[in-house]
Design a protein around this ligand. Structure first.
Ligand SMILES: Cc1ncc(C[n+]2csc(CCOP(=O)(O)OP(=O)(O)O)c2C)c(N)n1
Ligand code: SF4
Length: 285
């Protein structure tokens, strides 16, 4: 049966703001396909974002949604998950939102292993504000704030998440949509903090500046240059230049923040001395 995307969309919020050839809509459709396949009820889902083109996503869907401040989606999402542990909390974020202003929140969410899934739309640039460098802009690429080429080395988001302790980390391109669905489904059903980094074209703010063509040309580039982790391991550093390494970087089972927090609460409850009639004198926890 063909799924009904419109069932999940807020039709009154259309038309969306995304440019022709932008990959953001491809990711949104993947998220919806996975939710549909999992059979999750709309009311059981919370989609949280910061600010950016990618962060407009929650505005378009009929779930519980939070469009928060730039870089702070994970802080809001963490509070939400603690208050409502039964919600499926999903964060969507741009590379700037998640690794520049929100970089600290990102590292610590990985470290805490809170049970939230995050989909990072990595277009290597600040799309919404017109193309400033982001922490993932490759060295030498042009941006409005680097007209002669970016001098910085980029973050590798997936390796950063892996090193910081996330339970599940995978990377794909929008061009590999079946893999994208698979990784997003694995992330959404994984216990703990899960991250899917999706490489996505921004023809307007990145492609134009770097003469990479329109959305179709940028997708073609992804098709030609995506390599799996396994294949990448056999390539020399020279052969890896410009390649987009995709695959599952981490898939591990480890205690989540809420599990560890419950342990501490139980210990604290036992440790508090009892006063009159078995009542705790301390504040209820
Ligand atoms: C505190 C704060 N600083 C800066 C901004 C301006 N701002 C809005 S979106 C954005 C960057 C968006 O880039 P990214 O997160 O990569 O998302 P994209 O638009 O590329 O999807 C910035 C700097 C803001 N809204 N709030
Ligand atoms: S500026 Fe880039 S990221 Fe933003 S909607 Fe346009 S193509 Fe997409």
């Amino acid at each position: 049966m063909i799924m009904d995307y419109l069932y999940y969309l807020r039709k009154d919020k259309m038309p969306h703001i995304w440019c022709d050839g932008c990959g953001n809509g491809i990711i949104l459709k993947s998220i919806l396909r996975v939710i549909d396949k999992l059979g999750w009820k709309k009311d059981d889902i919370a989609l949280v974002s910061g600010i950016g083109c990618s962060s407009r996503t929650p505005g378009y869907v009929d779930f519980n949604t939070l469009h928060t401040t730039h870089g702070r989606a994970l802080a809001f999402a963490t509070g939400l998950k603690i208050a409502k542990p039964n919600l499926h909390v999903i964060v969507v974020s741009g590379d700037g939102d998640s690794t520049a202003i929100g970089g600290n929140h990102f590292i610590h969410a990985c470290r805490r292993n809170i049970d939230i899934s995050m989909v990072i739309f990595n277009n290597y640039i600040y799309g919404m504000t017109g193309g400033q460098v982001s922490p993932t802009t490759p060295t030498g690429k042009k941006a409005t704030t680097a007209p002669y080429g970016n001098p910085d080395a980029p973050f590798d988001i997936s390796l950063l998440a892996q090193g910081a302790g996330a339970a599940f980390v995978a990377r794909t391109t929008v061009q590999q949509y079946a893999r994208m669905d698979k990784f997003i489904e694995m992330a959404f059903t994984h216990k703990g903090f899960s991250v899917v980094e999706v490489l996505t074209p921004c023809p307007t703010s990145y492609g134009r500046k770097n003469k990479e063509g329109n959305g179709v040309t940028m997708l073609e580039y992804q098709k030609q240059n995506a390599v799996t982790i396994e294949r990448a391991a056999k390539l020399s550093p020279e052969e890896l230049q410009g390649k987009l390494v995709t695959g599952i970087f981490v898939d591990r089972d480890q205690p989540t923040y809420l599990e560890r927090y419950d342990n501490v609460r139980n210990k604290a409850k036992k440790a508090i001395p009892k006063v009159r009639d078995g009542e705790n004198y301390a504040i209820q926890i």
